[in-house]
Design a binder for this molecule. Sequence first.
Ligand code: UD1
Ligand code: CA
Length: 457
Amino acid sequence: MNKCAIILAAGEGKRMKSNLPKVLHKVCGKEMINHVIDTISKAGIGSIDIVIGKNSEQVKKATEDKGVTYSLQCEQLGTGHAVMCAEEFLKGKSGTVAIFVGDGPLITEHMVKELFEFHENGKYKTTVITSFLNEPAKYGRIVRDINNEVKKIVEFKDCTEEERNINEINAGMYCFDIKCLLDNLNKLSNDNAQKEYYLTDVIEIFKKQGYKIGAFNVPFDIVTAVNSRNELANAEQIMRNRINNKHMENGVTIIDPGSTYIDSEVVIGKDTIIYPGNVLQGNTIIKDNCVLYPNSRIKDSIIEYGVIIQNSVILDSYIGENTTVGPFAYVRPESNIGANARIGDFVEIKKSTIGDNTKVSHLTYIGDAEVGSGCNFGCGTVVVNYDGKKKHKTIVGNNAFIGCNTNLVSPVEVKDNSYIAAGSTITKEVPEGALAIARAKQVNINNWVEKKGLKKK
Ligand code: UD1
Ligand code: CA
């Protein structure tokens, strides 16, 4: 049967003190709500409904390619009310619905699968995810009866002194039998400390009807919720450790996992070595045997086998096999660098193609250019791609030698096997096999210093 789930995400998240809806804050580069959606999708849940409230348009936009549906909760009257708002989604369905929260991004695929098995094998009408905490803080407490079965959940604000001492907390995630849930949602009242319709009260209602209630206990770091920036940083750290461990298990060397920041979707090949201070973002793919020396930021890029990078920024680009980048290179979006190439220190490449074996070793800017293979760019070359109004294209063929301190004023073409003398400002095509010299001829005025009376005694 097609499994379904509801994600509660309509709360305001006041404690974040943010203009952004809480569930759109990112953990390891991905919005919390998208972590939840992706994880439960991978666990085989095909039908997902999100309860959204204020700022619903922003949440919809951030999740628009996920194939989820939405229910609107106009006023935040509590978690029970939020589920009532998803009644349309549940109507006509039978079997199990799982309920997760948009601010609980640390759930795992394994846990979700086990939760469903536990719930369905145990023939429970509801299963509550619980966790044991030494300091249970403001979480709802799990109250058990004399048979050690779950009797009810009491919210922190409604707890008696004795109930506050309970260490087992409600993670706020559940499985429900859909029919039983729909039959009982209308029995919720808001007669409590927060004047809210608590979803947690459904448990006691079920208990009174003699329904079987399961408690699925999991480690707290799987169900930790994010309510503040502090908890956001904590969630980030937990997820970062998980991601780094996964890569190390796959054969990646991470010199210092505590200072290596890898987004959840990044793919890294084996025997790649990562030094501290690297930030690998988005859909970056790093192939085998690369070395990332300290302090690079690489976003949405493909880095082929054996590439060496140090202290550089690479955005939305492709770097071919065994190429070296940096230190201090800036490869901007839509650049495509070939194999065995060299992009050296203080080199900026923007929206350009650089062929195999081409060396751009130092202090050079290449923008909107197509450069062939086997070229050598002397120190301080500038592609002058912008005339103040428009960007123009430069084309350099194969095996061209561009002398130091050359300006290539675009649009311009430098053909195969040509040379450009150092210090040239090239404005016209350089033909194949030619040497272009485009600078004033040197004139020496003899004894000029002495005649001007400038000679130092
Ligand atoms: C809830 C549980 C508590 C549990 C804790 C775990 C209830 C009554 N309490 O408390 O037992 O220990 O989660 O984190 O359920 N939401 C809506 N609409 C609303 C209210 C909330 O969509 O009207 C969403 C929020 O966006 C959030 C989730 O429900 O994703 C939980 O809401 P929150 O206010 O954080 O509940 P807690 O007070 O933390
Ligand atoms: Ca919460």
